[in-house]
Design a protein around this ligand. Structure first.
Ligand code: SAM
Length: 310
């Protein structure tokens, strides 16, 4: 296969990777380290549940992996809270029977994960999930103008593709319009210097806005590796954050399905003006363990109120 747009290659690569691999065989996230994240989430869930006692109340863990977080929450939240894991993979065999499971691939078009007609409240959790959602990748040319980066899925070799103003970009970008990307880049990761790399999070915005509509009231929590707008503008992340990951360590980002492809999440670009952004250590109140080596950016929580909770 010749060179294709990164988001396309990334999407196929992660679908293949997760069809043959289970997340916990390759990475231990902070929920595997101890119960601190579950404690902090349980406290948030119990607060929301108190406020919305009159409604059916769900905790929906998107990209639930082994279901370990839901198992931890099961002993920390009220018994009438319904726990639901959603993941591409099959229901883990050892998951307690009272945890519900839905095997599905979340995409930009999903939001009705429990049925929107239900008078539902809840907390939607995306713990190390959004970093898997593919981005388009750009590199700034000698005029600091963004060009689409194309990749050979078999080798990971890259070449510079069209500018956003070229008609060829429209075909390569599939469902995302060039003007949407231009606006996102200008707002969230503007040009700095030639050679600067950018991962444009439009698909993540769409996925997130779907997840935030999964319940009628409550909140959505995204927990992930992130960078701030101030650091992006200052050029701190000009090398980009695209990585492969397998066997417990970062690998070269070859989108052939042998590694999980990820990139940091611009959580600030997803946040409404009602949202709270805080580092995990601030939320938990003390230093926490995370899955990646230090130096790759802060591990951050985005807490987005939903519906009447705003
Ligand atoms: C990095 S793991 C995180 C697992 C767990 N949340 C944790 O923090 O330990 C990402 C999980 O998301 C799932 N996943 C990736 N893309 C998905 C998609 N589009 N729809 C549903 N699940 C997906 C994978 O199967 C995997 O279990």
């Amino acid at each position: 296969m010749s060179h294709i747009a990164w988001a396309d290659a990334w999407s196929r690569a992660n679908t293949t990777f997760f069809a043959h691999n289970q997340a916990e065989d390759h990475f231990a996230t902070s929920i595997h380290a101890d119960g601190q994240v579950a404690n902090a989430l349980a406290s948030l869930i119990n607060q929301q549940h108190q406020v919305h006692r009159d409604r059916e109340f769900f905790v929906i863990d998107v990209g639930s992996g082994s279901g370990r977080l839901l198992e931890q929450l099961r002993t920390r939240v009220d018994g009438d809270v319904q726990l639901l894991g959603i993941d591409i993979r099959e229901r883990p065999a050892d998951l307690p029977h009272d945890i519900q499971w839905r095997q599905m691939q979340i995409s930009e078009n999903n939001y009705d994960v429990i049925g929107t007609s239900r008078d539902s409240a809840g907390v939607v959790i995306a713990h190390e999930f959004l970093d898997d959602v593919p981005c388009e990748v750009f590199e700034l040319d000698e005029d600091a103008s963004p060009r689409l980066v194309l990749v050979d899925p078999a080798t990971g070799a890259e070449e510079l593709g069209p500018h956003l103003c070229d008609s060829a970009a429209v075909t390569l970008l599939d469902s995302i319009r060039p003007d949407e990307i231009r606006a996102w880049l200008e707002a969230w990761w503007p040009a700095t210097r030639p050679g600067g790399r950018r991962e444009a999070g439009i698909a993540r915005q769409r996925v997130w806005s779907g997840l935030v509509r999964s319940v009628q009231v409550g909140c959505a929590v995204a927990i992930d590796y992130t960078h701030t707008q101030a650091d992006r503008i200052a050029g701190v992340w000009d090398g980009g954050t695209l990585k492969g990951f397998s066997a417990g360590r970062p690998q070269r980002a070859v989108p052939d399905g042998s590694v999980n492809i990820t990139a940091h999440v611009a959580l600030d670009a997803l946040a409404s003006r009602h949202a709270r952004l805080a580092t995990q250590d601030q939320i938990v109140g003390k230093p926490t363990l995370t899955s990646w080596p230090v130096g790759l950016g802060s591990y951050t929580w985005l807490i987005e109120p939903i519906g009447a909770s705003q």
